[in-house]
Design a protein around this ligand. Structure first.
Ligand code: NAP
Length: 323
């Protein structure tokens, strides 16, 4: 079967770190075009544009696009792509608002194209294994600790601090994408303390309380972008039957009752493109709104607390993780 022809819109950090090398290494895809506001290009792409609309109209053989821009502009671009007859892969968060995503889902259905919300953290092997281990169990406690250094992972990214940029929920939504995947019961946000730097429009940290709607269940998420030194992406779970699970390294490592069950390298973007190939081949969409809904709910019920201003004084080189 001929490879799927794909274009990338927005050649920022994630497009360069993950999408380009993953597409290059996957024979089921052929990168045909890129669109970059700054005019960046790549040798693998036959066509380069600065206006994505010209790419959509100018390359009729293009089957799909991966939208790797900030979330604030994703809906407009995804709409234009679907209306131009292209299937769409959405980087996370899939849109700026829930209603934008609902609109895209309906539109994809109407035009008969694939829409795919990617949640990269869900593709790490420990996440699958944790979901299997928790199936049919009752969870008693779940604690998310997602603490990283924003200067290291998001150097110079102004959009992330603007309204609609998600702030700490840009990485926090990855944790929620694991929680919604592994929890055997639905979860709800019951409280959130959102810590906004005095000079920013998005939170730098959040303390979130969740619930399953059942009494006696203790679920929390502690998210913070001010952590220097070792970085922490962990989820600890205890079941009513007494089993203890610890997911660490963003879902790459899983311990159950102190025994290491999985300890593997990230499989995120390989997993995303494998799934996208399946969806395109089968002509189906996969729209998972659950992690996005939790973030929206945290903003909806959250208390806004002001903390000290954030100044991006220094950056640390060597970013390799998909944040
Ligand atoms: P980034 O480095 O800031 O790249 C975003 C790119 O989108 C820009 O460089 C720009 O590229 C393009 N763009 C289009 N419209 C824009 C606008 N109005 N404002 C700013 N840029 C615009 O951000 P990123 O880290 O790649 O993140 C992009 C998306 O991927 C986010 O939703 C993020 O949550 C998600 N993501 C990021 C990571 C990560 O590790 N960084 C991991 C997983 C997912 P051109 O000039 O080339 O058009």
């Amino acid at each position: 079967m001929a490879p799927h022809t794909i274009g990338i819109i927005g050649l920022g950090k994630i497009a360069q770190d993950q999408h380009l090398p993953t597409i290059r290494a996957n024979p089921d895809f052929k990168l045909l075009a890129v669109s970059s506001l700054r005019g960046l290009s790549t040798d693998d792409a036959k066509y380069t544009f600065t206006d994505y609309r010209k790419m959509l109209s100018g390359v009729p053989e293009l089957e799909a696009v991966a939208i790797c821009t900030p979330p604030q502009v994703r809906h407009r671009i995804a709409r234009d792509a679907l209306l131009a007859g292209k299937s769409v892969l959405l980087e996370k968060p899939p849109a700026a608002t829930l209603s934008e995503l609902a609109d895209l889902e309906q539109l994809a259905d109407k035009v008969g194209k694939t829409l795919f919300t990617t949640w990269h953290a869900q593709y790490n092997k420990g996440v699958d294994e944790a979901a299997r281990a928790l199936a049919g169990q009752t969870v008693k406690t779940l604690h998310v600790t997602w603490k990283e250094d924003v200067r290291r992972w998001h150097p110079g990214q102004q959009w992330i601090w603007q309204a609609g940029g998600f702030g700490i929920f840009d990485p926090g939504i990855n944790a929620f994408s694991i929680v919604t995947r592994i929890m055997p019961q639905p979860v709800f946000i019951s409280r959130a303390d959102l810590k906004f730097p005095a000079n920013r429009d998005a939170p730098i940290a959040a303390e979130v309380t969740l619930s399953t709607g059942q009494p006696g269940v203790d679920l929390t998420a502690s998210l913070d972008w001010r952590q220097t030194g070792p970085q922490t992406w962990e989820i600890d779970v205890q079941t009513e039957a007494g089993s203890q699970l610890k997911l660490s390294d963003g879902g790459c490592r899983l311990e159950i009752d102190g025994r290491v069950v999985v300890d593997e390298k990230p499989a995120e973007y390989e997993g995303i493109y494998k799934r996208f190939d399946e969806l395109l081949t089968e002509g189906r969409s996969a729209v998972d709104v659950a992690p996005f809904r939790l973030v929206a709910d945290a903003f909806m019920v959250g208390r806004r607390l002001q903390v000290e201003p954030f100044e991006e004084a220094s950056t640390t080189a060597g970013a390799t993780k998909a944040a």
